[in-house]
Design a protein around this ligand. Structure first.
Ligand code: AMP
Length: 215
C-alpha cells in the first residue's frame, strides 16, 4: 500500500502512521521527524531547516523534495510500500512526488485528509509531549506518561517541541491553510482523496483508512 496522510498539525497523522507501519509493515517517512533528526545531528540541512521550523514556516521546497526523494527511492520503500506523514505539504511537492512515483512505476493508492477544527488542534498541541528516542506521543491531560518526563515504552526523556508554543501553532495552522489545503484539491482532482474525521477515536480512523474508499 502507498498512502499519504494530509492534515493540520496535531491531527493525529503521526499516530496513524505508526499504526499503519506496525500493522501493515509499511515504511513510514515523516518529513518532520527527518528534519528534527537532521537538526539534532547538526547537519547543514538541519541548520537550514531549524530557521524555518522554529517559526512555524515551511522549509523550502527544493531541499525538502530532495530529502524525501532520496528516501522514497530506497529499496525498502519499494519492497514494503509507504506511508508519508507531513509530505507533500505544497502543490509543488505533490507534483514532484507524482513524478518520482511515475518514474518508479509505483502509483499512489490514496491520499487521506484527516480533518478537525482549529480549536481541537490548539487544545491537543498545547499539552503534547514526545519521546526523544522512540517518537511515542503523550499529552499532559489526555495521555500522561506513568512517570513524569519519562517515556513508558523506552524510558527515554520526554520533550515539548519548540514549535508547539501557542504563537507558533497559530502560524503553522495559517501555513497549513495557505499551502497544504490546496494539496487536498490536487488529490481530489485525481480521484485519490479520502476524507476522514480526525475527532474520532484513533482506532476508528485507522479502520476507515484501511477499509475506506476514496471520495
Ligand atoms: P511536523 O512534524 O510534520 O509538524 O513538521 C514540523 C515542521 O517541519 C513544519 O512546521 C515545517 O516547518 C517542517 N516541515 C515538515 N514537513 C515539511 C514539508 N513537507 N515541507 C516543508 N516543511 C516541512
Amino acid at each position: 500500500m502507498r498512502i499519504i496522510l494530509i492534515g493540520p498539525p496535531g491531527v493525529g497523522k503521526g499516530t496513524q502512521a505508526a499504526l499503519l507501519e506496525q500493522r501493515l509493515n509499511l515504511k513510514t517517512l515523516s518529513s518532520g521527524v527527518i528534519f528534527r533528526a537532521e537538526i539534532e545531528a547538526e547537519t547543514d540541512l538541519g541548520r537550514l531547516a531549524k530557521r524555518y521550523i522554529e517559526h512555524g514556516e515551511l522549509v523550502p521546497n527544493g531541499v525538502t523534495i530532495e530529502m524525501m526523494a532520496k528516501r522514497i527511492r530506497s529499496d525498502e520503500v519499494r519492497r514494503h510500500g509507504f506511508v508519508l506523514d507531513g509530505f507533500p505539504r505544497t502543490v509543488r511537492q505533490a507534483e514532484a512526488l507524482q513524478e518520482i512515483l511515475a518514474e518508479m512505476t509505483m502509483p499512489l493508492d490514496k491520499a487521506v485528509s484527516i480533518d478537525v477544527s482549529d480549536d481541537v488542534v490548539l487544545s491537543r498541541l498545547a499539552g503534547r509531549i514526545g519521546c526523544t528516542k522512540c517518537g511515542e506521543i503523550y499529552h499532559s491531560v489526555t495521555k500522561p506518561p506513568k512517570r513524569e518526563g519519562i517515556c513508558d515504552k523506552c524510558n527515554s526523556p520526554l520533550f515539548v517541541r519548540t514549535d508547539d508554543q501557542p504563537e507558533t501553532i497559530r502560524e503553522r495552522l495559517r501555513v497549513f491553510r495557505e499551502n497544504t489545503a490546496p494539496v487536498r484539491d490536487f488529490y481530489r482532482e485525481r480521484g485519490l482523496l479520502q476524507v476522514v474525521d480526525g475527532s474520532k477515536d484513533p482506532e476508528e480512523i485507522y479502520g476507515e483508512i484501511v477499509d475506506g474508499a476514496q471520495a
